[in-house]
Design a binder for this molecule. Structure first.
Ligand code: MN
Length: 156
C-alpha cells in the first residue's frame, strides 16, 4: 500500500516486532506511550484504511486550556493499534511501546475524516478508557512544514 511506503522504508521487519499490515477495523483510536530516545505519546486514528498518526511530546491533556503540540508522522498500518512491545536497539523508534488508551471515536463533523485531515481541522468524540469527550486536532500555520497540529479537549 502506497500510503505505508514511508512506514515500510523506515523499518526492517526481520528485526522489529512491529506489524507490517492490518485488516479493516472501525473508527478506532489508540494512544501509545512510546519510550524512545524522547518519551512521547503517539495518537493514532483510523482513517483512509490506515492509522493517521501524530506524536504528542507531552501527551494528551483533559484540560481544554492545555493545547498540546502534535506532530504528524507517517501513516501506520491498522494492526499497529494492538502493538505493544520493544523495538530493538538500532531500529527506527527503538524503545518500548505500550497502549496508554484506546477505544472508538465518532467524527463530529459532517464531512468525511479524509476531508477533515486535508482541511487541518478534526473534531472527534473519543470513547476511550481515559480520554472521553470531544477533542480537536487543528493544523497550525507555523513551523514544522505543515506537520504541526494542536491536540486539545474541546470545551463542553
Ligand atoms: Mn513514536
Amino acid at each position: 500500500m502506497a500510503k505505508l511506503s514511508e512506514y515500510e522504508r523506515k523499518r526492517d521487519f526481520s528485526k522489529t516486532p512491529e506489524p507490517a499490515g492490518g485488516k479493516a477495523k472501525r473508527n478506532i483510536f489508540v494512544v501509545q506511550k512510546h519510550d524512545a530516545s524522547h518519551l512521547h505519546y503517539d495518537f493514532r486514528l483510523e482513517a483512509e484504511g490506515v492509522l493517521k498518526s501524530w506524536a504528542i511530546p507531552k501527551g494528551p491533556s483533559e484540560n481544554p486550556e492545555d493545547k498540546r503540540l502534535a506532530v504528524m508522522v507517517e501513516d501506520h498500518p491498522l494492526d499497529y493499534a494492538d502493538f505493544e512491545g520493544a523495538i530493538p536497539e538500532g531500529q527506527y523508534g527503538a524503545g518500548t511501546v505500550e497502549i496508554w488508551d484506546n477505544g472508538e471515536y465518532e467524527n463530529m463533523r459532517t464531512i468525511p475524516m479524509s476531508k477533515s485531515i486535508e482541511d487541518g481541522k478534526i473534531e472527534i468524540k473519543l470513547k476511550g478508557k481515559k480520554l472521553k469527550g470531544n477533542f480537536a486536532l487543528i493544523r497550525t500555520k507555523f513551523g514544522g512544514k505543515g506537520k504541526n497540529w494542536l491536540f486539545f479537549r474541546m470545551k463542553d
